[in-house]
Write a protein that binds this ligand. Sequence first.
Ligand code: SAM
Length: 318
Amino acid sequence: MNDMDDFIYSQYLVNYPKKREFEELFHAYQSPAQRDTYVNDTAMAAFYMLTRGMSIMGVMDKIIRENQDVFNDVESVVDFGGGPGTFLFALSKFKTLNKYTNVEWSGAFIDILNALVEKYLSSSIPQLHVDTISCSYLGMESKDIPKNDLSVFSYTLCEYDNSLVGISDLVENSNTVLIIEPGTPLGFNNVIQARDKLIENGFSVIAPCTASNGFCPLRNSESDWCHFIARLDRSRIQKHLKKGVLGYEDEKYSYLLMSKSPTHSEGKRIISRPNITKHSVSFDVCSEKSGHIILTKKENKDKFKTVKKSIRGSLYSE
Ligand SMILES: C[S@@+](CC[C@H](N)C(=O)[O-])C[C@H]1O[C@@H](n2cnc3c(N)ncnc32)[C@H](O)[C@@H]1O
């Protein structure tokens, strides 16, 4: 899949005449709930995959790597608003799936998904069955959704104000749920609302929350929200399409991984950027009490050495 961006560019974008529409789509994604982000043109869907999908795939890679034991058990996925199959291609780098169902209302995205599956997965994963349900997932009932190991909502709840209304029904047939949203206050708000609803439906948080009893130290914060950052390399084509000069970008995201099985965490999640000096490191952790940790070199040299390599999102063990 290393040449995926070359393939998409040469197949769909090299001679595309309506380049102004790309800028409009970019603009729309800056506040998706207020603007029309519906994609009905295959080249636009290809453009999405190269400029947004590849970055989101980098975020997914990070979440999968950090929770490999959870994703190892996944054989079937229902991806709500799965677009060009971003999650399918991210997970396929780690494991082979048996069934992937994309509930997606845009035919243009489904065309790109099918072309990419044919090119990159059909022969390498012959047992993979890819299915699409071409409709809006808003208002779908659980009886319309196949039983699955994992439900995914990636960068799709942010597209509508009321997108969370039916989420409990949508995930009824799943053991595990993954939600990824832009790392903005709005994205975090969707994550926390979804978390409340899923807790009511018997799900427990696997990541990122490590505070117990459903507590969230950032829920009522006026200055911060729970988000993380993935630093991602940009390919030559991505740099060209995004008119960027840097060889990397920082993608901010909020996320939630939940399971119907009981969960436990190996430490406390670091939820601020660690402040590192020569003699100390300090940061906030996701905890129901004493959320600010200060660790000095004098107190414990070895621990200081390890902990100062932590970043926002790392787990801290006492
Ligand atoms: C920003 S894209 C995200 C695509 C993919 N999940 C990803 O992470 O790259 C949002 C996707 O959700 C789809 N979508 C939005 N609302 C939908 C709805 N109500 N029913 C089905 N698909 C929807 C859009 O067509 C688009 O493919």
